[in-house]
Structure formats: structure tokens, C-alpha cells
Design a protein around this ligand. Sequence first.
Ligand code: G4P
Length: 538
Amino acid sequence: MSVVDERPGADRTAREAVGQAGRRRTFAVISHPDAGKSTLTEALALHARVIGQAGAVHGKAGRRGTVSDWMDIEKQRGISITSAALQFEYRDAVINLLDTPGHADFSEDTYRVLTAVDAAVMLVDAAKGLEAQTMKLFAVCRHRGIPVLTVINKWDRPGKDALELMDEINERTGLTPTPLTWPVGIAGDFRGVLDRSDGSYRRFTRTAGGATIAPEETLPADAALAREGDAWRQAVEEVELLGASGQDHEQSLFLDGVTTPVLFASAVSNFGVGALLDTLVDLAPAPTGMPTADGGVRALTDPFSAFVFKVQAGMDTAHRDRLAFIRIASGVFERGMVVTHARTGRPFATKYAQHVFGRDRESIDLAYPGDVVGLVNANALGVGDTLYAEQPVQFPPLTTFAPEHFAVCHSRDAAKHKQFRKGIAQLDSEGVVQVLTSDRRGDGAPVLAVVGPMQFEVATHRMEHEFGAPVDLDRLPYSLALRTDEASAPGILAAARNAEILRRGDGELLAVFPDKWGLRVLQQNKPELTLEPLVAAQ
Ligand code: G4P
């Protein structure tokens, strides 16, 4: 880092990268379906938009306007808003909100989005508490060391007790919840929140349809007591309990993933949305240097670098469009710059760079660390690939989760062999499925492996409609995959008759088993065999 960069303008570019990165907050909302993620996303955008138009009156029509604007973009681009990154300015920060698709089923795609964020907002339905999908996504955040903010949503509806919810978070995630606000009034009787930073009362004033952005009024504690009586007293008592048990915010513990700050909200009424934005700006980390595959760090001030965290094809069927989403790690991105694709060493022209969703609707000219850029027709790029300018770098491969469902994939029409191969290769590079091969299967038919079975449906549909190669999937009876090596493979096959050895595109050998019992027996009887767990999805 001490080497002086002699290139003309290098110093200015480095300063610009650091300055702009410092303004960025790049995060995703994780939640179980129906917790209110779309509602919250919309409310965040509305909030930011209204801030930018001070004095504007926003009624229900304003809210509708936001929604229909989005729909227009969606139509124009043929992109689902759930696949997009929303960028907006708030205070002096630039917020990048990466949306994660909210299927009930596991989607590795969602998990990859989490490789591109610096923080996550865990949205919890006050009545349901932590749900299956929340827990899975949360596990990924922990695995990646992403700090998590928690928002308890739908407090306007009957739900669990606030202290009980705190216990649940603590017991099930291991994180210590450190509420920044505390509800006044039980779930279903939402009067407002006690702001623990100064003991003031943020009164919640309900407005028709939740259309206005600031249904909040701040009152000092004595006025709050006079107004809310017992509800305020109870909130004060509970807040004292939190303090007594050490549930106070401490920035370093939050960043280290030991604690999670908590806010109470009603996204549908826009209550708590401003507090969330303020919290993101004040507490969420800005981008920092990114670890590289060789154990080093790519500093923000280094020349441009980025990695592909998502590839999406078939969004524009007429053009066979293929969009690669990159997260910028270092330097300044200028549209049109020619960068290097680390995997192939080939140059890659960035003429068609877009903000896929956000204020800059058209092409994007400049972007900084933390930003997401969509590269159009990026046929050479695969998930996990690195792009760089000038100074070579390679980021570590993205985590591949242990698949839990397996199927042999046969082309229904032998004449479509070429299309079949192309389609399978593309689904593999996009990370829709893991494509495995087996020596045991003489016909060379690939084995597709997924974490959630819905990915099989996506693969089958796309093989037929996008690549013109209809396929049949024959499900295999395996549910467990572990990493092994060439030396152990024969021993595994000899000792566990129901097991199979499959090879992944990256050369990794996987031993697959129908259930954990057979595996346990094998591990007990043959402890010398290499059987390492892959990262589990939960
Ligand atoms: P998702 O993206 O996480 O799947 O959830 P989404 O925002 O679609 O919200 C799911 C449902 O929860 C919606 O109701 C939404 O209006 C409601 N909701 C979201 N936030 C709140 C909140 O703070 N309070 C209350 N009471 N409800 C909330 P829906 O009946 O499915 O649709 P809609 O017809 O009401 O839009």
C-alpha cells in the first residue's frame, strides 16, 4: 500500500473511490415470504423519493405512483423488480438495496445476493417470529460475517410479546438483540416507540393507507407518560430490563456479528422506515477492502475490480439477453472501460453497463465500491467471476451449498444434443443447478444437483423454452453430499453400496448418500476415508 502510484490521475481516482465508498450502504432484506419485504422496499424507496422532493404532498396517489413507476420499469426492461438492485440517496449516503427473491423454497440465487452486501436487514413478522427461511438466510449471514439489523414488522397487528421475541432471537440465532427502539403498546395496539438513544417518544400517527412518509411525532418522556399512561410505563420498565441485561447497542459487537440492533415497525404504514434508513446510514458498515483468493485484500484505492454475484438470462427472450450483475470491490468504474475477465484473461468491454433498477434508469457512467452494475450481454461471464483493471486480482469462489436433491438429466430429443449441452453449460455457469458427472453412468447424462427442488423446475422450464432442448429428470435417491478425494473414492464405493461418487465442474469430488445412517456407519467403520461436510444450507 505504501507504493506511490505514478499514473496520472491515479491519486484523484483513489480518493474518489474512498470518498464515494464511504457514502455507500449496500444491504439486502432477508425474510420469510410474507413478512413484508416488498412493502418495506417500497416504503424505503418512497421515503427516499419524498426526501428528495421536500414539501411535496403525498397521499395514497403518491404511493400508487411509486408502485406504477416500478411496474413501468419492469415492463420496459422485462425484469422483475425482485431481481433488481435499487439505488437511492438518503441524507448524504447512497443506499444500494439488493432485493432477494422471496420463495418459500431454498434458492441459491438468494444466497449469492448476500455475497454482494455489507449488511442485512432481517425482517421478522411480529406474529410469526423467526421462520424457516429467515433462519436459513440468517445462517448465510453468519457464515459470511455480515452484520444483521433486525426489524420487527407488523406491530400494528396482534402478535407476540416484544420481550418474548427478543428471547426467541437470542435463543435461535445466538445473537444478542439490542433494541434501538421499543414499542409503546402491545402488538396490535401500536402507539409508537421509545427511542432508546434519548428516551423520547416517537408517536405513531396512523394515516389512510399508510401513504404519507412521516406519520411520526416526537414527544419528550413526560409528555409521553401523560399521553399514553400505562403503555408508556410498561415500555420504560421493559427498556430498563433490557439495560439491566446488557442489551445495549455497541458498534463493535454489532459489526462482529455478536449483537443485532432491533427496530419495531409497521412497513405498511411507513412507521419505522425513516428510523431504519437512519440506522443504516449511522450504523451499517460502508464497503471496505475485499479479501482475495490468495489471502490478500483488494483495497478500495486499488484499480477497478468487481465480482459477478448473479447472472440472469432469458429476461428478454427475443434477444437472448444475458445480464451479469457485478458488485464493485475497488476503484472507480467508468462505462466503456475495458477490463480483464480473470478466469479467461480476456478483455471485456463494459459499453453496456446499466443500473438495472433505480434513479439512473439508462446506462450507468460511473460507479464505486459497493455499487451494483448490470452488464448486458455478458455471455462470457459466470457467477463468481472476477473482473479487474490494470492490477490483476482474483476473488475467492462463491460458496456452493451442499445439494440435497439429485436427478439424472436426459435430453428428450436426441437430435437436440447441441442445444442440450449448451443449455446445461449455461445453467451451470449461472449457478441455477450444479452439474455433476458420474463414471458409473455410461451414457454421459449429467446429474443435476440442487438445494431446493424448485430449481429443478426452473432448469426444466428453461431447457425447453430457452434452449429448445426438452429434458426428463429422473430423481435419484440421494439427499446428502460430502466432499471426498480420488484416494478415498474406491473405499467409499466398496463399503457403502448405496453411495455414488460424482464430479463437479470445478473438479471437486462429491460422495452422495441416501441418508445420514449409511454415512454414519461408513464414517465409524472407515474413519480413514476423506468425507468433509460441504456448507449446509441451514
Ligand atoms: P413479502 O414481500 O415479504 O412476501 O411480503 P409483502 O410485502 O408482500 O407483504 C405480505 C403481506 O403483509 C401483505 O398483505 C402486506 O400488505 C402485509 N404487510 C406488510 N407489512 C405490514 C405491516 O407492517 N402491517 C400489516 N398489518 N401488514 C403488513 P397481503 O394481504 O398479502 O396483500 P395486500 O393486499 O395487503 O397488499
